[in-house]
Design a protein around this ligand. Structure first.
Ligand code: HEC
Ligand code: HEC
Ligand code: HEC
Ligand code: HEC
Length: 165
């Protein structure tokens, strides 16, 4: 009865499947965190853990209460909608107590280039330059005021005429 012998093989194989599935269920019950699925397909306790992180960004309203002059300058220029902390980094500590933390000096060669370096991936209308050709070895902020970056009349005019770009 060679047919029966083959069926035996199938039963053993099915048994192996059942054993593996049982082992999977047992391991899963130990490994899956308790709060998983409490609200959705994630760990419910993660919400509390994330909410408990210290706040790092103060928000630009906070800066406005002390640095009124800069806020005014910025509101009139092309960077009106670039928030303070997009450039200066998270400053909640500084905003709640300025003596506790002085913001680090920014390197414009890193900062400005991050947003303005020419790239085919950027929208065509966004102002972009080839940094090396454009700046000619001079730091960005000696020609552009970071808080109102349209060209300064004193440095800008002759350069614009010379075609610096
Ligand atoms: C409670 C008032 C206060 C708030 C709010 C505040 N600052 Fe200041 N900030 C100061 C004072 C005072 C100084 C100068 C003291 C120093 O140099 O440490 C300063 C200095 C700075 C400097 C220059 C540091 C340097 O090079 O001398 C930067 C940049 C700055 N603040 C950015 C910000 C930004 C961005 C915010 C909003 C997230 C902010 N500040 C919120 C009071 C404040
Ligand atoms: C586009 C980037 C950018 C934005 C947006 C920006 N800053 Fe600045 N900020 C700079 C750079 C660059 C400097 C000069 C280098 C330095 O001091 O770190 C500077 C300097 C400063 C200084 C030092 C002293 C001075 O007057 O130059 C203060 C204070 C300051 N920023 C506050 C602010 C506040 C407040 C805002 C939001 C209202 C803001 N910045 C938004 C880039 C920026
Ligand atoms: C977080 C991104 C970001 C950073 C960093 C940044 N910019 Fe800008 N910049 C912008 C945006 C957004 C605009 C407005 C673009 C628009 O109006 O379409 C702008 C506009 C400008 C313009 C005006 C171009 C025109 O239309 O005439 C100049 C110049 C400029 N930025 C120079 C700088 C310089 C210099 C720095 C460094 C101090 C800098 N930017 C840092 C985002 C940035
Ligand atoms: C030597 C002075 C000088 C320096 C340094 C300089 N720029 Fe400019 N930049 C100009 C002038 C002048 C214009 C205006 C050109 C025009 O409108 O034809 C300009 C225009 C721009 C524009 C607008 C381009 C556009 O298509 O509207 C951006 C963005 C810019 N600069 C970013 C930067 C960045 C980033 C740096 C530093 C890596 C920098 N600039 C350094 C003089 C300078």
């Amino acid at each position: 009865m060679s047919g029966f012998k083959d069926v035996q093989h199938l039963f053993r194989f099915a048994g192996l499947f059942v054993a593996v599935i049982l082992a999977f269920l047992v391991v899963r019950s130990y490994v899956v965190p308790k709060s998983f699925g409490e609200y959705g397909h994630y760990r419910g306790a993660a919400i509390g853990e994330i909410a408990a992180h210290p706040i790092k960004f103060a928000g630009h309203q906070a800066c406005a209460s002390c640095h009124t002059d800069i806020v005014e300058t910025k509101a009139k220029g092309a960077h009106a909608h670039v928030n303070c902390e997009a450039c200066h980094g998270p400053l909640a500590t500084h905003a709640s107590d300025p003596s506790a933390m002085t913001p680090v000096k920014l390197d414009t060669l890193v900062l400005c280039v991050r947003c303005h370096a020419a790239s085919a991936a950027k929208p065509k209308g966004f102002p972009q330059v080839n940094p090396a050709e454009h700046m000619g070895g001079v730091p960005c902020q000696s020609c552009h005021n970071p808080h109102s970056p349209e060209i300064r009349p004193d440095t800008g005019k002759s350069l614009a005429a010379g075609g610096a770009r």
